[in-house]
Design a protein around this ligand. Structure first.
Ligand SMILES: NC(=O)c1ccc[n+]([C@@H]2O[C@H](COP(=O)([O-])OP(=O)(O)OC[C@H]3O[C@@H](n4cnc5c(N)ncnc54)[C@H](O)[C@@H]3O)[C@@H](O)[C@H]2O)c1
Ligand SMILES: [Zn+2]
Length: 354
């Protein structure tokens, strides 16, 4: 069992990570002083696999759980889904003290988190992430929200959970591709912040992919602790530290947008973006060692792509311009000084990126 404290003053909370912890959810929630009705926001797929365990655990700790289903997939991360969710939650007669449990991947976490932040001006939020990406990334850090037709994640709020409970055993039901999708972010943490972790991944990648529980607990634990540490020092992205988490994401987002979010997963695009950023770091003399080859080797062992997909270059440049607009007219690029140390750079010319 790994326990991580996210220190954010009176909004501090704990992340619990172990194998088989789902059955202890009710107890952990009761320890926080929560009780009564609990709305479990999830989708049909995840509910079919894990709602039974969650329901039993909540009931045995005196809660009265109610499942609240949303659609499965990014297209349901929308304001339409929010309206339905508000209708359902308010229709249940929830109160300010009613906990919202987000049981699912990043989509469920972001939607349920945003509902918790806005419904009745804030309800206690419990994150129970069930994809690797959600366990190591989206459930940590307090970003919640939905997409808008103008772009992803444009409507939302920072809202911290009261508790994050990670059961690595639930990763066994993920497809290999979904699992690898989360591995890109895991490798990212090693690359930007933690050489030792990167070396551990180099030593144990095959065991992690075989879902060895001890390796998973360690991997998810270090990944969460890395993000939690960066977030608690820069909660609202004001000092530049949290921005380092965007390593590989400028080009990654560009690839996703250029491919219209079809046929490529976020982690796959980020894997390619990280290798590109590492190559630029070498080419422009920021890196004091060879970083791109080492990084792409590890990503390839994780089963991730590292070469640019074939598509219209003009649409990639257009997509990168959108990223620039959001960043206040500046192209932000996170480069590697070495494995384990990322630096924040502003780059004027987009063409340098690709
Ligand atoms: N808030 C943040 O800081 C943050 C950070 C990164 C990503 N995100 C968001 O996260 C979302 C992507 O999350 P995701 O990759 O988890 O996608 P997802 O939530 O769509 O889940 C992927 C698929 O796996 C299924 N699933 C979930 N858990 C499962 C399990 N244990 N077994 C079998 N199937 C399971 C889901 O139903 C879905 O079909 C994006 O919307 C992204 O913007 C948010
Ligand atoms: Zn990402």
């Amino acid at each position: 069992m790994e326990k991580i404290n996210v220190s954010l003053g009176d909004r501090s909370y704990r992340i619990w990570i172990s194998g088989g912890s789902l059955g202890g959810l009710g107890k952990r929630m009761a320890e926080l002083g929560l009780s009564g009705r609990a709305a479990v926001v999830t989708n049909r797929r995840v509910a079919g696999l894990y709602y039974g365990v969650v329901e039993k655990s909540l009931r045995s700790s005196g809660f009265n759980p109610v499942p609240v289903l949303i659609g499965d997939g990014e297209r349901f991360k929308s304001l339409e889904t929010m309206w339905r969710l508000y209708d359902r939650l308010l229709g249940l007669g929830i109160e300010r003290s009613t906990p919202i449990v987000a049981l699912g991947g990043g989509v469920v976490g972001d939607v349920a988190g945003f509902a918790a932040s806005t419904c009745l001006r804030g309800l206690p939020l419990i994150q129970v992430p069930t994809t690797l990406l959600a366990q190591v990334d989206s459930s940590v850090g307090g970003k919640t929200g939905v997409d808008h037709r103008m772009g992803k994640n444009l409507i939302g709020a920072f809202y911290q959970p009261k508790l994050v409970l990670v059961d690595v055993d639930v990763l066994r039901s993920l497809t290999g591709r979904e699992f690898r999708n989360g591995m890109a972010e895991v490798v990212k943490y090693g690359a930007i912040r933690d050489l030792k972790f990167f070396e551990y991944l180099e030593g144990r990648m095959e065991n992690i992919l075989k879902l060895n529980t001890a390796d998973l607990v360690k991997t998810v634990g270090i990944a969460c602790a890395t993000k939690a540490g960066m977030v608690s020092r820069d909660e609202r992205e004001s000092t530049g530290l949290r921005a380092l988490l965007n390593f590989g994401h400028t080009v990654g987002h560009g690839i996703e947008a250029a491919m219209k979010y079809r046929g490529v997963k976020h982690g796959e695009a980020v894997a390619i973006g990280m290798v590109k950023a590492a190559e630029i770091s070498e080419r422009r003399g920021f890196a004091s060692e060879l970083v791109a080859g080492r990084l792409s080797k590890l990503l390839e062992r994780a089963g991730l792509p590292t070469d640019m997909p074939r598509f219209d270059r003009a649409s990639l440049i257009k997509a990168l311009r959108v990223d620039k607009k959001i960043a206040g007219g500046i192209n932000r690029m996170i480069l590697l000084e070495r494995i384990g140390k990322a630096v924040f750079k502003e780059v004027k010319n987009i063409n340098e990126f690709i």
